[in-house]
Design a protein around this ligand. Sequence first.
Ligand code: GLY
Ligand code: MN
Ligand code: MN
Length: 429
Amino acid sequence: MQADYRQRRQAFMEKIGAGTAIFRSAPTAVMHNDVEYNFRQDSDFFYLTGFDEADAVAVFAPHHEEHKFVLFVQPKDPEKETWHGYRVGVDAAKERYGADEAYPIAELDEHLPKYLEQADRIYYRLGRDRNFTQTLLTHWQRLIASYGKRGTGPTAIEDVGFTLHGMRMVKSEAELALMRKAIAISVEAHNVAREMAQPGRYEYEIQAEMDYIFRKNGAQGPAYPSIVASGDNACILHYTTNNRQMQDGDLLLIDAGASYDYYNADITRTFPVGERFTEEQQILYALVLAAQEAAIAQVQPGNPYNAFHDAAVRVLTEGLVRLGLLVGEVDKLIEEEKYKPFYMHRTGHWLGLDVHDAGFYKIGKETWQPLQAGNVVTVEPGLYIGPDIKLAEDQPEVPARWRGIGIRIEDDVLVTATGHEVLTAAVPK
Ligand code: GLY
Ligand code: MN
Ligand code: MN
């Protein structure tokens, strides 16, 4: 794995050339009073370093003669470590993480300028840590003021995403191995959940079992708060209360995935709580499944990113017209987005270190990013007919028998050189 990080750093540094890139570790987040959430490293920081501690800064200065990769970290401190846990420390940051130089974080202001003075620009993501951004801007301001005397220095800050996130979009074998592990654990949890779901059980029982299976298998936990939504709740996209008692005749929508070594799975399945679908549930399920199959068929290298979303929208809209739930000509309904009360989200997103992973969907006003081998996307069409669904004025009232049905089917799909691989195929649909 260290070799993978080294390769990434090398590729990244080739891209930034004469610039210096700076990454701040994720801030620690307070849960309440002085109790903190579990630390979760910033994904960009982790992608390039594998370093998993707070209060750290990584600097990449490919133009520097000796120190191309520098880490500022919390120093060893037996007392603090007794309270807050193990620290790698300055020496091991070099030995174990391959830094050319490492310093205690308290010496940042002293050492940072020498890695910036010769750079033509600074690569940085304006983001979560405003204090750190202010520190960096102060350094930049000083360097600009002294540029005239030196004749060198950064004249611009460029968002680091334009170089780094292009790399993160294409997964290496090592990354895919971790994603497959996160997925394997999630598959087991979904398969157990389906067996458990019975009338009378509570949504949280299923959630607890799945979270238990994640952790028991070495995952860090759920990749996002698990959605276990029965009956009408399935029409709430981010439902996480998970406290309803399930009834015979309900559908159960489960959107849950594990995070393993920071790589994420994202899987949704929808199925009857009791023995069988009602007729309306069955019809709508078949429609969502057909939309998903049409969408997955579009996950091919070279296809524009949007092709699979367009395919899903077309199948769903055609189906809604066939069922009389929408009235009009399909192309026009799509153009005017009349399907949106039933299907209000997009059909997928990049997946990786972040659940909604870094990367570009568009590369120009009219141009969608072409898919390429190594991309991982979710494909997750759905239909949501909430009890109070409101269509456009020129559309019919939705009959009561269709209301209270929410369905989503979500798989994680790898783009390969010749087509695609559905990584989550082991959960039945
Ligand atoms: N579970 C979050 C998503 O499907 O995007
Ligand atoms: Mn999901
Ligand atoms: Mn998703």
